[in-house]
Design a protein around this ligand. Structure first.
Ligand code: PEP
Length: 252
């Protein structure tokens, strides 16, 4: 299974900061052979840093997109605009989009369909809130989000997707899922893929863990069954800590 480490910078870093980070990262990653690295900066930095990524192992992703192709949607961005900024991937269904911007499963699904239609690979985030975990609804929440996202997708479309399990209570809080909690959720997700498609598609689906991943917990988590890499927020903002996480995954 390929290993992936993706950075979600959220609303951080202007063009100069993005450029300096990326320039250093590319130099730091000269010995990286097995791990796919994805940078998801703010929209404004996408095209600019893409110039630095042309020859290296780092792919470019966006943090969101609109499901329409164009039109009167002030402040929004379309998939084709992302593609023309040299983006290959897009994060969809991030918990901040779901819970801060009230995006529903239905909206996220429209975005996933549009991303696939125009040739962007979606990184689809699922995960439960703390009250849902406490009420023992974690599996149900993940299953509902998965079913809404993958409804009607062909095997070929699904093989272009990456799933990120991100328990909402672990994002930006310093709390991390234990390897047991993460493994349980990841194995549930892999089973959902297997039930809908087959073992081969399920075994090849990268399932990333996200939620306060740091250099000091990355090793334990990457050695956990069914964790194929990370989606990293806070610790991806410093090039040293992000490089360290990539090295840990590479050396696994
Ligand atoms: C995220 O935003 O996807 C994330 C996992 O953030 P953090 O690593 O800061 O918890």
């Amino acid at each position: 299974m390929r290993k992936i480490v993706a950075a979600n910078w959220k609303m951080n870093k202007d063009i100069k900061e993005s450029f300096e980070f990326t320039d250093t990262l590319v130099k730091n990653l000269l010995n990286i052979k097995q791990t796919e690295v994805i940078l998801c900066p703010p929209y404004t930095s996408l095209f600019y840093i893409s110039e630095l990524l042309k020859t290296g192992p780092v792919a470019l992703g966006a943090q969101n997109m609109h499901f329409e192709k164009s039109g009167a949607f002030t402040g929004e961005i379309s998939g084709s605009m992302l593609k023309s900024s040299n983006c290959e991937l897009v994060i969809l269904g991030h918990s901040e989009r779901r819970h801060v911007f009230n995006e529903s499963d239905k909206t996220i699904k429209k975005k996933i369909d549009e991303a696939l239609a125009i040739g962007l690979k979606p990184i689809i985030c699922v995960g439960e809130k703390i009250e849902e975990r406490k009420a023992e609804k974690t599996s149900q929440v993940i299953e509902n989000q998965y079913n809404a996202a993958f409804a009607g997708l062909t095997e070929e479309q699904t093989s272009k997707c990456i799933i990120a399990y991100e328990p909402v209570w672990a994002i930006g809080t310093g709390l991390t899922a234990t390897p047991e909690q993460a493994s349980e959720a990841h194995s549930l997700i892999r089973n959902l893929v297997k039930q809908q498609y087959n073992e081969n598609i399920a075994n090849n689906m990268p399932i990333l863990y996200g939620g306060s991943v740091k250099a000091n917990n990355a090793e334990e988590l990457i050695n956990t069954k069914h964790i194929d890499g990370f989606l990293v927020g806070g610790a991806s903002l410093k090039v040293e800590s992000f490089t360290e996480i990539i090295q840990i995954v590479e050396n696994k």
